[in-house]
Design a protein around this ligand. Sequence first.
Ligand code: SF4
Length: 367
Amino acid sequence: MFNRLYIHIPFCQSKCAYCAFYSEVDASEELIDAFFCRLEEEFRVNSANCAELDSIFIGGGTPNSLSAANLAKLFNLISANFAISNNAEISIECNPESINSEKAVIIANFANRVSIGVQSFNCEFRKILSRKGTVQSIFDGIEMIKKAGVVNVGCDLIYAIPSQSVDDWCKELSQAVKLGVKHISAYSLTYEEGTRLYRQYSEQQNSEQLAELEAKMWQKSPKILKKYGLKRYEVSNYALPGFECRHNLEIWYGDTYLGCGPAAASFDGSKRYTNPNDIKSWLNSTPPELDIISPEQRAAEILIMGLRTSQGWNSAKFAERTGYSIDHWQKKLDQFANDDLLLYSKTDLKLTEQGLLLWDTIAESIL
Ligand code: SF4
């Protein structure tokens, strides 16, 4: 039985230059209506496989690009179809420029965690990313959400934007914490094939210099945020104590989840289902793509995802969640420990700072 629900809202006001996520721009009312009909059906069919929900994550796309009436409709549909635990964590991603006071109140009546897509407070960098909205709209959006009663407000930031210096990045972090956010997700800019940014900038980038700059910014981040009480709890995530994202943490530690909406993925413990990343196919009930994962592969994936966290794994917890002993990977883990990438004892293992920085390489080697 699932107790974690992810919902993908596939609509955006415009396409950002770097974005490879699936979303529809300028969706018609008919398309949005059709989306809700199909979503309701997906909720109805799947809710029988759900226990009381402990966390809900509404992402996209831009969930709050929906009108106030449609946001209320979405929340009513969720409440009508699923039992939700009293202390469930309910997260929603919002873009600042699409927040208004009416939507803020509707959001605050349902969600208790709002993640604001800031990406940058600098006009020049916002232009490079082609983010909609002004810097003032970020301040106003955060203010409206807080005023409506949401305490747990966080933001997403992007670093290593072309021409951004380490000092520029430190200013972004300081600006975010000064606004009182409790959580920051910070990802380096990626040049995804097919995006505008890829066409414009990928050839100008020297990959070695870029990797060096990314590493410097990543290493600097916890030092800046520590002054304000936020700690790195995962490779790319920082929070005040008690404000870590429960939904994501449990999934990194191998929990199952149900995903609804186009492009959403579900994981039932042995199979991953991915809905078509095209709204027309999803509306036509094209079945999800199925990926059957062997128990060993699943355990390796869970091992590596748990190692994204600063806390890492307790061996007994890992064995309980996967049925495998950590020692199954002992040879590789010894090698990482010898290279000072991993701290490894009989009961616990976690990556060192250098190990977290090289997580991709470690993951590749274990998988
Ligand atoms: S708002 Fe988010 S999902 Fe939409 S295009 Fe921009 S980055 Fe992509």
